[in-house]
Every structure is written in C-alpha cells, then in structure tokens.
Design a protein around this ligand. Structure first.
Ligand SMILES: Cc1cc2nc3c(=O)[nH]c(=O)nc-3n(C[C@H](O)[C@H](O)[C@H](O)COP(=O)(O)OP(=O)(O)OC[C@H]3O[C@@H](n4cnc5c(N)ncnc54)[C@H](O)[C@@H]3O)c2cc1C
Length: 487
C-alpha cells in the first residue's frame, strides 16, 4: 500500500537515496539542521565504504601489518615464537582474519545506525526509483522492498520536498576476453573468498590494486600486478610511484607496468603483453581492479530529468544540484574523485544548499593509499604545477633524515613539496610509513593557502615522522636542519 499517493503535494521530507558516506553524511547534516529525513538503501547503512571498501580493506591490511611486524621482531631484539613455523613466526588464519573483519564492520554499522536513528533519521530498507515528477515539479520516488515479506515494510510512494542521490559506484568490467573465467573476481569477490589464494594476479595498479597487493603479499600470497599505464598509482607523483614499485619488487611482488592484459584463459591464466613480449601469468585468483563506474542505472534518473555524462556519471553544478528540480547528487555516482572524504564534503555542501546554511569551502582533497609503504598526496604534482604555468620550486627530504624513522625501522620513504616562486604550497607528496596520517597536516596547510614558511613555523614535534613536512619546508626555503642545503 502506498504511504502517499503520486498526486499528493510535496512534503517537507528530504529523501536520501543511498546510505554510503555521501548519503549518510547528507542525512545526518540535514537532520542536524532540523529537516525530516528518510534514508533509503537496498543494503545496510555505510554503503561500499563500510561493507566492501575502506573499512574491510583497512582491517585486512592491519592483519597484514601485524604479520609483517611479527616477522621483523628479531630486528627489534625480540625473540621467541613457534620454531615449527620457521622464520615466518606466524601464519595467516584466513577464516579468523575474515571473522575479525566482520566484527569491525558490524561494530561500525551498529554505531552508524544508532547515530542516524538518534539524530531522527528514518532508515528505509528498499530499492528507490524515480517516478514522473509531480505537476508541482516535485520529485516522486518509489521505494520497493528488496526482500518481499522479509519485514522491511511494503512499497512506498513518496513526494519529498527534496532528494539527495548517493547511489555510489560498482567495479568496472573491462571488455576482456575470459572475464567470466572461474577465479576471476572484483574487489567484492576478493573480500569474500573462502580461502586465501596461493597466487594472486591483480589487473590494475591503482589504489585498490596496490592495497590488495600489500595485504595478500604480507599474508603469504604470491602477488603479481599488471598495470597498463607506465607506473603504479597513475595519478601519483612519478618518483613516489617509482619508490613504491621498487619496494614492492624488493618484497617479491612482481610488477608489470606498461603492460596490457590480452585475455584470461581457464586456470585462470592472464596473458599479458609486456613491452613487445607476450607472457602468461598463472594464478589461482585474478582480481580485476581497473576502476569503478557510477551506479546510475535502474533508478529512472533520465525520466526524472537528471542529466548523465558519457560514463553514466550524474551531472551537477557547483552546489551539487542536478538538472532535475530539487534533486542533488553526491559521491562516487558523480564519477570522481571516488573517495569517502570527497563524498563527506559534497554532502556538507548539499546540506548547506538545502538548509540555507553558509556555503562550505572547498577542501584540499588528499589521496591516501594504504599500501606498504604508504602513499598519500594532496594538491598538484610537480608536472601538474608546471603545466598550470607556475614558476615551481620543489624539495624532497628522505625519511632517513628522521630520528623516529630509524627508531621505528621505517627509513624507506620521502616527502616532496611543490611550491610556487613565492613559497605558496601547491602540493605535498609522501611515500613511507604513516604517510596516510601525515598527509592530514599538509591538507590543513594547503586548505589554508599556507606557504612553506607557515609549514616550517608550525614546529612539528620531535622525534616524529611529521617532521618530514617541516624539514622539507626548511629545505625549500634554504634553511634545512637535518639534511644538507640543496645546491
Ligand atoms: C575496495 C575499496 C577500497 C576503498 N578504500 C577507500 C579508502 O581507503 N578511502 C576512501 O576514501 N575511499 C575508499 N574507497 C572508496 C569509497 O568506498 C567510496 O568513495 C565511497 O563509498 C563512496 O560513497 P557513496 O556514498 O558515493 O557510495 P557508496 O558507499 O557506494 O554507497 C552507495 C549506496 O547506495 C545504495 N543504492 C544504490 N542505488 C540504490 C537505489 N536505487 N535504492 C536504494 N539504495 C541504493 C547502495 O546499496 C549503497 O549502499 C574504496 C572503495 C573500494 C571498492
């Protein structure tokens, strides 16, 4: 039975479609601003990020990190363990790792649901589609139960005052012969494998590929990565990507940059062309991680007047309003930058637009990659800054100059800063331990329009890895402390 007939006038309710980071952040912000909010999702609250993305992968990476640290115990003067396990000292118990992952996800999902309900948000399980807009131009939304009779309630027809779309993205499926071969999976499939593979071939050396390469290699899987572009993490500063590639190779991860996968035969055996030679890479599992596509089909978006781009991405203006009246959109469905913190910021902008609050400033959006060594950057690469016409200054300081890096046994890494001739920061690039945490300070600096002088004056605590930022700013200004002056 319909809760509201299609002819009903628009209510003051805001319907948010999709309960991932974009959707739940919009729902919470609007509820805090005093709006009545209904958050619709076909799955659980938290979306890709919580159930199939950020959180399960980082939980898996933490198991891998602990395994690596235990293996390195002797380096820190610690002996013991089970001699039967040999130098490895630990073995990955895949079901136990997956059980821990499930517990972390369940804890966070429960917390998020409590937070949403406590903030007054109505959580609606179901699949949302647009109907023809009403005569008053208001959007009309139909919500169908995902599991009929499973207690999620019946179908609903809603005439909300506004809609926020946040349907996310799904793994891209390239037109590759043999993609349906058994053993070929996307990131969702890799996270739910019953057994850890002995040999894993990863097609795609972006953030998702590099993170899974790290996790599985550190848990004992033989890993190969094939990347069509000349470097891993194609959008990273090239010297950062080269350092990561060298570190991967030292740890036994086979890396084939500038190589194309021609097809996958049963086995599964990906066949790649590497320069001019063609070779086969037998594997137990092949992960295809070549990007993500906006999940914008099956929602009736075109019928509702929402304009889509060539890849199905939702087209929006600066306030994330779509072409349809009273319909906004945020998150991965916009086609980029496809990070959770990007979706959070877009949601804050939409909340401000709908609730009539002051506009939200645009942040410097960092790209964190949780591989080992970690990689993170914010702002422009050196080449991007030059292409934009800046008179560019750069400086780089190795982690080997930092006392804390040696104490932690993590001296492999560096920080590179890009600034204009006046010292204004244009970009920060880090590869090394805890780069994904260190980048936060660079985000503050870039968002505030700070200069290298500002970063130097921040007085980073000693001995910490965060000194990499201050040391690099000092070098850029010709006043280094723990490294010789640039010539
Ligand atoms: C393996 C992996 C690792 C990642 N790691 C990171 C990371 O470390 N850091 C980071 O910032 N980002 C990471 N991401 C990206 C991050 O997960 C996404 O950027 C983020 O989830 C996007 O949020 P969203 O709200 O746009 O969409 P999503 O989180 O995808 O949520 C969309 C939701 O909409 C629902 N939905 C869609 N259509 C409908 C409909 N018609 N009716 C009802 N419900 C619908 C879906 O069920 C889903 O729950 C990772 C992604 C993957 C795949």
């Amino acid at each position: 039975m319909s809760e509201q007939s299609a002819a009903a006038p628009a209510s003051d309710e805001v319907v948010v479609i999709g309960a991932g980071p974009g959707g739940y952040a919009a729902a919470l912000g609007l509820a805090h601003a005093g709006r009545r909010v209904r958050l619709v999702d076909a799955g659980g609250v938290g979306g890709t990020c919580l159930h199939r993305g950020c959180i399960p992968t980082k939980t898996l990476l933490e198991s891998a990190r602990v395994a690596d640290e235990v293996r390195r115990a002797a380096e820190f003067g610690l002996v013991g363990g089970d001699p039967a396990l040999g130098p490895a000292a630990v073995r990955a118990d895949w079901p136990a790792i997956r059980a821990r992952q499930a517990r972390v996800v369940a804890t966070l999902a429960g917390g998020l649901e409590t937070l949403l309900r406590g903030s007054g948000v109505t959580i609606q399980r179901g699949w949302a589609t647009f109907r023809q807009p009403g005569a008053d131009g208001a959007p009309r939304v139909h919500v169908a139960p995902v599991e009929p009779g499973a207690g999620g309630g019946g179908a609903l027809d809603l005439a909300p005052g506004a809609v926020v779309l946040a349907p996310g993205a799904t793994a891209a499926r390239p037109p590759l012969p043999g993609l349906s071969t058994p053993g070929v999976v996307d990131s969702d499939g890799l996270l739910t494998l019953a057994e850890r593979p002995r040999r894993l071939c990863i097609v795609g050396g972006g953030a998702i590929g590099c993170e899974f390469a790290t996790a599985f290699a550190d848990l004992g899987t033989e890993v190969t990565i094939v990347e069509a572009l000349p470097q891993l993490l194609p959008r990273a500063e090239p010297e950062v990507a080269r350092r990561l590639q060298a570190a991967f190779r030292r740890r036994g991860i086979a890396v084939f940059p500038g190589s194309r996968v021609l097809g996958i035969a049963p086995g599964p055996v990906p066949r790649i062309v590497d320069g001019t030679a063609t070779r086969e890479l037998p594997a137990d599992v092949v992960l295809v991680a070549v990007g993500r596509h906006p999940a914008t089909t099956g929602l009736g978006l075109t019928e509702a007047g929402v304009a889509l781009g060539p890849s199905g991405e939702i087209q929006v203006d600066r306030t994330f309003a779509t072409a349809a009246p009273r319909v906004w959109a945020v998150g991965d469905a916009l086609g980029g930058p496809m990070v959770a913190h990007g979706a959070f910021h877009q949601a804050a902008t939409v909340v401000a637009a709908i609730a009539g609050l002051p506009p939200v400033p645009t942040p410097a959006l960092a790209q964190p990659v949780f591989c080992r060594p970690e990689v993170a950057w914010v702002g422009r690469t050196e080449a991007e800054a030059r292409a934009a016409g800046a008179d560019v200054r750069v400086a780089r300081v190795p982690f080997a100059a930092l006392g804390r890096a040696h104490a932690a046994g993590e001296a492999d890494g560096f920080c590179k800063l890009v600034a204009d001739a006046g010292g204004r920061l244009l970009g920060a690039h880090l590869v090394g331990a805890h780069a994904t945490e260190l980048i936060g300070a660079a985000c503050v600096a870039l968002s505030a329009g700070a200069s290298a002088q500002g970063l130097l004056d921040a007085g980073f605590p000693h001995p910490t890895l965060s000194e990499a930022l201050g040391e690099t700013a000092g070098l850029l200004l010709g006043r280094p402390l723990h490294v010789p002056p640039a010539r």
